[in-house]
Ligand binder design. Sequence first.
Ligand SMILES: Cc1cc2nc3c(=O)[nH]c(=O)nc-3n(C[C@H](O)[C@H](O)[C@H](O)COP(=O)(O)OP(=O)(O)OC[C@H]3O[C@@H](n4cnc5c(N)ncnc54)[C@H](O)[C@@H]3O)c2cc1C
Length: 377
Amino acid sequence: MHIAIIGAGISGLMTALELAEHGCSVDIFDQQQAGQAASWAGGGILSPMYPWRYAPEVNQLAQYGKSLYQSWNEKLYPITGIDFQIHNTGMLIFDQEDFQTGLNYATQHNEPMQQCDLLNRIQLETVNPHISKQFDQAIYFPQLANVRNPRLLQSLIHYLKQHPCVRFFEHCIVEKLIIKNKTVHGIETEDHQQYFADQVVLTSGAWSNYWQQQVQRKIPVHPVQGQMLLFKSPENWLPTMCMNRVMYLIPRQDGHIVCGSSMSECGFSTAVDAQTQQDILSACLEMVPELAQFPIVKRWAGLRPSSPHGIPYIGAMPELNRLWANFGHFRNGLCMGAGSAKLLAQLMLDQKTFVDPHAYSPDRLACAQLAIRENLS
Ligand SMILES: Cc1cc2nc3c(=O)[nH]c(=O)nc-3n(C[C@H](O)[C@H](O)[C@H](O)COP(=O)(O)OP(=O)(O)OC[C@H]3O[C@@H](n4cnc5c(N)ncnc54)[C@H](O)[C@@H]3O)c2cc1C
């Protein structure tokens, strides 16, 4: 089976990996360099922040993230030489109003990733000696990890580029689907090159609603900007991830600490601004004041593909044959990425799925009163 995938972020690359490993041949297209959009910009926390605030469908896919990435890292590392570092730091949450909910959620779900303890100040200092004195308590999730997402993308790209069944088309805007008799036959790029395929997959992240006219459905996915900044501390200086009022610190193994994040609707802009950066900095210093001694080495912004309730669209697109979706992961596309791709590949290959696919079905996209534009020339 020959597949064309539009978008080389985590959703597209993981989908390509799953399909290529099952013997499919894959062409993957991106309008920019592969792996440079939201999936690069994200923090890589392998769980929704405050899981109890998210839909069960989001948590269901996210809970497989850590173990699936661990097995992919074991498989890809010997070939790529890139370790994408699943860093088992655990996470401290300081929002008092979430303490009881978090503890209850852990009891109800009884999953390793949700294991949760309430720590007093002495215990807190043992787990992480750098926490501000203003916090007497925290809830602690010892099993939570983060993945070094830029390296995860590098590893996937490196592996897929040497795979005999995979071709990359970078800096290549896909402009149209080739549609005839309500069946998708391939894609056409901006420079009018046509590429035919047995199946086409939309993994276009925050740009996904570009397709709504051609697919005759409303696609309620739009970009929500998130800004970040990066400290460089000594190796392993900060032992845990930290979270307070939806702001977080994510330590990497080499001492980099990713801090974020903001939420803003400003179209496709990825510009950072001084006020938002200052807000992130203040929130982070409130948790760990000693961070102020370390340099900030980078600042950036990325575009999350927002969707209603953050539940991604995964599965066959309605109305059109041979067209598939894997987009709309909003704030949790990295932790859901491995599970989402596995689910989509199982659906495309007509295999038994590891989770119930119905809640993710693109059938829930509302009809748009737009004529399907057929364009097979
Ligand atoms: C600041 C920030 C922090 C985050 N933190 C986390 C976190 O800690 N944990 C977590 O799980 N998630 C996190 N996320 C969310 C996560 O990054 C996203 O949900 C995820 O990366 C979406 O992946 P994607 O592959 O769908 O989209 P993207 O990575 O954006 O990839 C989509 C790709 O499609 C390409 N494309 C679009 N249209 C076309 C076209 N017509 N032709 C060719 N190419 C096209 C784009 O160029 C792009 O490369 C964060 C996001 C941000 C911005």
